[in-house]
Ligand binder design. Structure first.
Ligand SMILES: *[C@@H]1O[C@H](CO)[C@@H](O)[C@H](O)[C@H]1NC(C)=O
Ligand SMILES: *[C@@H]1O[C@H](CO)[C@@H](O)[C@H](O)[C@H]1NC(C)=O
Ligand SMILES: *[C@@H]1O[C@H](CO)[C@@H](O)[C@H](O)[C@H]1NC(C)=O
Ligand SMILES: *[C@@H]1O[C@H](CO)[C@@H](O)[C@H](O)[C@H]1NC(C)=O
Length: 439
């Protein structure tokens, strides 16, 4: 049965070949059903038949991807190049004017160190670009891609020598939202305006174990987003306070250097956070309470201001919820608003979205707490109760002592004066403990 099929297949192939419709390079395997060509160990760029839709180049020994290498392939949609130990650079227009390409992946190129600014150019349907495990030393210029696809995914991971993400790295890639995976690179610094001019969805920066600095203005100039930011297992010690307002999910697990978070008002839409230090969550829980309080008042005002225009989602404006600049007044400075610090004063006005979802939970990395980094004694139930008891005792007993000392009619001796001092100091201690315990 199988043999028959093979025979049929053979005849089919022979017929095809004798018709010379479909040509397949040596070293390559062609599957004409899906118009896929896989080549192994090619030393020069193979010639592909013009109907090819999918190209796999595995273990080839090219030194560069020449200009317009795929230009005669009108229907090409997927290009995968992997494990090429001799590929050094991508020339100008290596991937140029390929109107149907949706996926390009380059992976496992130890000595690939240069990508021309215009190597990826005019790829209007590109949805995925992966550059993985290469020897690149600088962030590739991708601004000529100009994709118009929704939900573009850019995956630049495991490039140990990329140390800096410079300004405008992501502008021009796509008109629409981008998901950016930059995990496991050697990134040390994200410079100001790095994300300028892009629409961001999710930004993954985890496992950049040398990443120490994110410029205060790194997210300045983004058109929208990000909504999800992952900084787990990095060395960042601070987050920019600008650009955090659209974040709904923040991850910073095992980010031990991140001791302080920006002012809570910077996290306007935050709904969930995974953090290293539970004390941060304390602050975020306060934020929730704060929001919960303002929601009842403010959202009502927002509703009134909006009337039936439910679609205007981010409705808020400085001090005057009924103000006419309702739509764009949060986030970037726009023509209608005078300054971009307007969220730094006055109460917070939640958007309708946060009102509807109303949820705000904080996931504590509880399993990590036991490993010598136990910064938060209070999170353990028993100790917490104990602290409550101790602080309440301290407060009441010391108040009593002070009350007696102050109201008794005896003369104020040195001993009694010192006792008063002690009681006062201890009272302060008790109050302090109580504050900690409340969080
Ligand atoms: C490209 O695909 C279309 C159908 O999607 C087909 O009609 C056309 O012949 C293909 N072009 C080539 C060069 O094979
Ligand atoms: C891009 O490709 C199309 C055909 O797909 C062609 O007509 C056009 O001239 C090319 N443009 C450039 C700038 O090469
Ligand atoms: C930010 O991007 C815009 C275009 O998207 C550009 O005009 C502007 O010069 C960029 N700003 C900086 C500081 O690079
Ligand atoms: C919200 O507004 C409605 C009328 O539009 C009013 O009946 C309601 O009591 C208000 N709620 C709060 C919490 O102010």
């Amino acid at each position: 049965m199988k043999a028959d099929l093979n025979l049929l297949f053979f005849i089919f192939i022979t017929v095809k070949v004798t018709l010379p419709l479909e040509y397949c390079s040596t070293d390559c395997h062609c599957d004409w059903n899906i118009h896929s060509v896989s080549c192994f160990g090619a030393e020069v760029m193979p010639v592909f038949h013009s109907s090819t839709q999918e190209v796999w180049l595995v273990g080839s020994k090219l030194s560069s991807i020449p200009q317009n290498a795929f230009a005669n392939l009108n229907n090409i949609s997927h290009i995968y190049i992997s494990d090429d130990d001799t590929l050094r650079y991508l020339e100008k227009h290596s991937f140029h004017n390929l109107s149907r390409v949706t996926h390009i992946q380059l992976t496992g190129m130890k000595i690939l160190s240069y990508i021309d600014q215009e190597a990826f150019k005019d790829l209007p349907n590109l949805r995925y670009l992966g550059i993985t495990n290469t020897g690149l030393t600088s962030f590739p210029g991708l601004q000529y891609i100009q994709s118009s696809q929704e939900d573009f995914i850019l995956e630049i991971v495991e490039n140990a020598f990329i140390q800096v993400i410079p300004a405008n790295s992501f502008s021009g890639i796509s008109k629409n939202a981008l998901t950016i995976m930059l995990n496991s690179n050697g990134v040390k610094e994200i410079q100001r305006y790095a994300f300028n001019g892009s629409r961001l969805e999710e930004v993954y920066l985890h496992r950049n174990v040398d990443l120490e600095q994110i410029d205060e203005f790194a997210f300045y100039g983004v058109i929208h987003g990000p909504t999800h930011l992952d900084l787990s297992e990095t060395k960042v010690s601070s987050l920019p306070s600008r650009g955090m307002e659209t974040i709904e999910k923040l991850q910073a697990k095992n980010t031990w250097a991140l001791k302080a978070l920006p002012p809570l008002r910077a996290f306007f839409h935050l709904q969930s956070a995974e953090l290293t230090f539970p004390s941060h969550c304390c602050g975020l829980k306060l934020l929730k309470r704060w929001r919960g309080h303002s929601e009842a008042v403010i959202c009502n005002l927002t509703r009134i201001a909006l009337g039936k225009r439910q679609e205007s989602s981010s409705a808020l404006s400085k001090g005057h919820p009924g103000h006419k600049h309702l739509k764009d007044s949060f986030g970037r400075p726009t023509a209608g608003t005078t300054n971009h610090n307007h969220y730094s004063s006055g109460p917070i006005y939640p958007s309708e979205q946060s009102e509807i979802e109303g949820l705000f939970y904080v996931d504590l990395p509880t399993e990590d707490l036991s490993e010598g980094f136990d910064f938060d004694v209070m999170s353990k139930g028993f100790l917490r109760v104990l602290v409550w008891v101790v602080s309440l005792l301290a407060i009441s007993a010391n108040l009593l002592v002070m009350f007696i000392l102050l109201t008794s009619r005896q003369k104020l001796s040195v001993t009694r004066f010192l006792m008063g001092h002690l009681a006062f100091a201890d009272l302060c201690m008790g109050i302090y403990l109580l504050f900690i315990a409340i969080c």
